[in-house]
Structures are given as structure tokens and as C-alpha cells.
Design a protein around this ligand. Structure first.
Ligand code: COA
Length: 165
């Protein structure tokens, strides 16, 4: 695949149905990475994803404070990224954060620079919106994503821990 074969564009409401299997793919990816039962127990069932995500995509595709991108190859959506401006916790001086919520490229299309193209567009979009800091999160087992995010200039900021009762 040549870079020029991929079109990166903003998602429209018509893309929602094509996006659900990609969200399921993202969930499945984390299931396969999960090494212990406590991590596995917290992942939502893949079957529930489309119902849950319909409103989520509708809201973000329609909002001027969100950026939903898709990577299209011929007629197929091979990747997506969902980003939005969020209010920071009110005790902090920094009021707004740009949040990179979802980033997923289908297997078979990875390692070809699609996420990098998303990243460049996402960073410029947030800059135009005068956002100073971005947040991104991934599961602790997702070492590859963590190292890519570091390469892109993200630093570790917050460690969330969980405990089973
Ligand atoms: C993580 C993911 C989004 C990367 O997408 P991709 O299109 O394959 O990434 P790219 O080819 O654009 O490469 C992005 C960068 O990562 C680097 N990279 C690629 N594979 C890497 C690896 N295994 N380890 C470290 N860096 C890697 C590339 O060199 C590139 O660097 P650059 O931006 O400085 O040029 C993709 O692998 C994916 O969807 N994985 C499954 C879902 C997932 O983990 N999502 C993110 C967490 S929520």
C-alpha cells in the first residue's frame, strides 16, 4: 500500500456503522493483551459496543469541539481516531485539555504511517483551538502504544491504579 492510497478525512454520521467493528477491534486488541483476570474482567463485552457507541459517535462527529478522523482505503475504513476538548479537573490552573480518546488502525494496515498522519492532523487541530496540553491513555499492557506516544512527545503524568474488593 502506498501512502497516497489512503485518504485521511473527517468522519461523517454516515461512517458510524463502519466504525463499530473498529471499536470492537480496539476492545478485542486490549482483551488479547490483558494478562490477568482482573484486567479482563473490566473490559466491556464486544457485543455491546455498537449500541454504546452510537450516541458517542453522533455527539463527537457533530461537535465543533471534537475531531473524529477516518482513514479510508478505496471504500474501506481502515482506521479512526476520536479526539475532543475536555474540561480539566477544576482545582487545576489549566482549564482545558485536548484528549486523544481513541486511536485504532486495522491489522494489516499498521506500520504504514497512518497513525502518524492522524497524529499530525490532530496536533494541528488542537493547536488551532489554542489547546496547550494533550492527554492520552492506554492500558498498562499496551507497551507498543505507550512507546509510540512517548516518541510523539507525550510524557507519563498520572498513574491510575485499581483494586478488586
Ligand atoms: C498503535 C497504532 C494506532 C499505531 O498505528 P500505525 O498506523 O501502525 O502507526 P504508524 O505506522 O503511523 O507509526 C507510528 C509511529 O510509531 C512507530 N512505531 C511503529 N511500531 C512501533 C513499535 N512496535 N514500537 C515503537 N514504535 C513503533 C513508528 O516508527 C512511527 O513513528 P513516527 O510517528 O515518529 O514516524 C496501531 O498499531 C493500532 O491500532 N494498534 C491496536 C490498537 C491500539 O493499541 N491503539 C492505541 C491504544 S488505545
Amino acid at each position: 500500500m502506498k501512502k497516497s492510497d489512503v485518504i485521511i478525512r473527517k468522519a461523517t454520521l454516515k461512517d458510524r456503522t463502519a466504525l463499530y467493528p473498529l471499536v470492537a477491534g480496539l476492545m478485542l486488541h486490549h482483551r488479547l493483551l490483558a494478562k490477568n483476570k482482573d484486567h479482563l474482567a473490566q473490559l466491556i463485552e464486544v457485543d455491546d459496543i455498537s449500541k454504546l457507541r452510537r450516541q458517542w459517535f453522533t455527539k463527537h462527529i457533530s461537535s465543533k469541539n471534537s475531531l473524529v478522523l477516518v482513514a479510508q482505503m478505496n471504500e474501506e475504513i481502515v482506521g479512526y481516531s476520536l479526539n475532543f476538548i475536555k474540561d480539566n479537573v477544576r482545582v487545576y490552573k489549566l482549564r482545558k485539555l485536548g484528549h486523544v480518546a481513541d486511536l485504532y488502525i486495522k491489522k494489516g494496515h499498521r506500520g504504514q504511517g497512518i497513525a502518524k498522519q492522524f497524529k499530525d492532523i490532530i496536533f494541528s487541530w488542537f493547536k488551532k483551538k489554542r489547546i496547550k496540553y494533550l492527554s492520552i491513555a492506554t492500558h498498562a499492557e499496551n507497551k507498543k502504544a505507550h512507546s509510540i506516544y512517548k516518541k510523539w512527545g507525550f510524557f507519563d503524568y498520572h498513574i491510575e491504579m485499581r483494586k478488586k474488593l
